[in-house]
Write a protein that binds this ligand. Structure first.
Ligand code: COA
Length: 257
């Protein structure tokens, strides 16, 4: 598939998506959001791809936000549509993908960029990265899930502070507050993210998909996460991976998923 704004590669069952608009600090315009949707969808449907890493090209930015030039003249209806479309196509889509997604945050992750990183299942940041939700400085609020996912990750008080001040935090603060899982030196970011993905690869992809569904269910209004866990736990017993995993344990060998 030919893309204009992203680069997609697969190596050893790990897909890597690089957002490639470095002159615009990888800002998310509509075309990039559409291409990201297509790339995530294709990688998820490819049974050979078992984990995905997303990062930004260049040294400066993961993603410096939604592309402000695209919505500067919007009114309320178009604004609502922008948020709805973006959430459906990319942010909710990534969060609910059956394939685990790691955000490798290589620089500025602002606005929609931090929202994209927060929609991923795991976040690793370079120690040079800066993160924030600056939307109120533009007269907006985060519209790609930031008001919901930031409090889930860092707690309500810290989220309010970040949103209200529109400030950027350093990666050490992001680690302390639980916004990111790990910090690395800039040059080690991708290698570290690969190693993390490889640990995931050793396990059952069918069980990981079920775990993503169960964990996410607890954060959905009107869904009983415990009930969802019971249902998904049960469904695991019908998978080939369950048969292989338990057989391998009893035969004292490593499972071959
Ligand atoms: N949307 C559109 N273009 C953006 C962008 C965004 N979110 N973020 C950066 N760019 C563009 C700049 O307009 C500039 O383009 P130009 O060279 O054609 O003028 C280019 O990327 C480089 O950015 P610049 O601002 O010159 O870099 P800097 O090092 O001085 O500042 C930032 C870096 C990240 C602090 C600054 O770009 C910024 O504040 N960006 C907007 C962040 C934001 O508010 N995001 C939330 C959007 S809802």
């Amino acid at each position: 598939m030919a893309y204009q704004n992203i680069i997609v590669e697969t190596e050893n069952r790990i897909g890597i998506i690089e957002i490639n608009r470095p002159k615009k600090l990888n800002a998310l315009n509509q075309d990039t959001i559409t291409e990201l949707h297509q790339a995530f969808d294709l990688l998820d449907k490819d049974s050979e791809t078992r984990a995905i890493i997303i990062t930004g090209s260049g040294e400066k930015a993961f993603v410096a936000g939604a592309d402000i030039s695209e919505f500067a003249d919007f009114g309320p209806d178009k604004g609502r549509e922008l948020s709805l479309q973006g959430q459906q196509k990319l942010f909710d889509f990534v969060e609910n993908l059956g394939t685990p997604v790691i955000a490798a945050i290589n620089g500025f992750a602002l606005g929609g960029g931090l929202e994209l990183a927060m929609a991923c299942h795991i976040r690793v940041a370079s120690n040079s990265a800066r993160m924030g939700l600056p939307e109120v400085s533009l007269g907006l609020i985060p519209g790609y899930g930031g008001t919901q996912r930031l409090p889930q990750l860092v707690g309500k008080g810290k989220a309010f502070e970040m949103i209200m001040t529109a400030g950027m935090i350093r990666s050490e603060d992001a680690l302390k507050s639980g916004l990111v899982n790990h910090l690395t030196e800039p040059d080690d970011l991708i290698e570290f993210s690969y190693q993390l993905a490889e640990k995931i690869l050793a396990n059952s992809s069918q069980a990981i998909k079920a775990a993503i569904g169960a964990v996410n269910a607890g954060f959905k209004d009107g869904t009983d996460g415990f009930k969802k866990e019971i249902e998904l736990f049960g469904s695991c017993f019908g998978t080939e991976d369950f048969e292989e995993g338990t057989t391998a344990f009893l035969e004292k060998r490593k499972p071959n998923f």
